[in-house]
Design a protein around this ligand. Sequence first.
Ligand code: OGA
Ligand code: ZN
Length: 373
Amino acid sequence: MKDHIDTPAIAMETDALRLVWADGAEGVFPYLWLRDNCPSAFHPETQERIADILQVPETPMPVAAVIDGDSLRIDWAGDGHVSRFPLDWLFAYRPGSASHDTAAYNPVVWTGEIGADAIPRYSASDFDDPATFAAWIEDTARYGISIVSDVPGVSGAGADLARRIGFLRETNFGVTFEVMNKPNPNNIAYTAHALPLHTDLPNQELTPGYQFLHCLANEAEGGGSVFADGYALAASLRDTDPEAFDLLARTAIPFRFHDGECDIRSKHPVIVLDHDGNVSSLNWSIHLGAPFDMPAAQMIPYYRAYRAFAKLTQDPAFQVTLRLRGGDMAVFDNRRILHGRAAFDPSTGFRHLQGYYVDRGEFDSMRRVIARG
Ligand code: OGA
Ligand code: ZN
């Protein structure tokens, strides 16, 4: 964030205070917002708000607003309350600006042109250096993916790294899950079949955030990895077929996983938009897709849109392929990056990945903690 140490000019308007900094940056702070966020409204130790909004006058008016050192002092009419706001806090929290969130980032949206070598790569042996560890997390957020090599080839070694970022998200598959060809599989990931590009577990009410896949062995023929940036797929659809994009963003479709122990279902749109209309998540899993349940009249237009997106997911122009080796760990935003693997032949060698998730909230929390310095 830019350091705003200069003193802003103050204008008291009808229902808001306007601050204008020397470089032209402006903030408009409604009086009610200022009272609601008066530092005295917060517990001094926990920093949680303890004031009751209904105890704040609905139309508070200042009698005076002056700069006092590196603070703004406001004297309020009526109850005589005095508020003091640090100026840099006011700058960071200018209404309408997200600059106070150190976890905000501009994604690097990529297609297959980037090539596997441009996917950020780190060595786990460098993570004792806090700056390298921080750079890894930032790159993983921006590109949505990174590959970490030199993760010790023992079960749990990657999970220990993931835990340095945040709590592991437990699912019906466990705190960690073992991706290998298993007898009596309950999931095609646990077979030797190919997995077309997908996001994991859209059948969950909250789709898991960052996924970690630690490769312990990849000795079988086949089993290569493929990734695509869902943000690029969605942007392409938005450009070329806005109707399809809208349908995929507006229609929640059902996903389901069930086995002997569970029956976990949820509905999500394929393309999830945030409140500003930007793509924030993708839900794409052919194998966990339950029968569409929208009214029959909407089915055919929906299928058209769904197939248009399916076609993009199968277009090699968007894909990066690479081969995980024992000791590599792929880390990616499961709600952004689609991932898959080629079929493998288990008679030719052993293949074993260990996986876990750290939700986006935990991941971003660590990024904010690191940004505190
Ligand atoms: C999975 C998965 C990838 C792989 O288990 O969901 O996508 O390479 N595995 O086996
Ligand atoms: Zn998967």
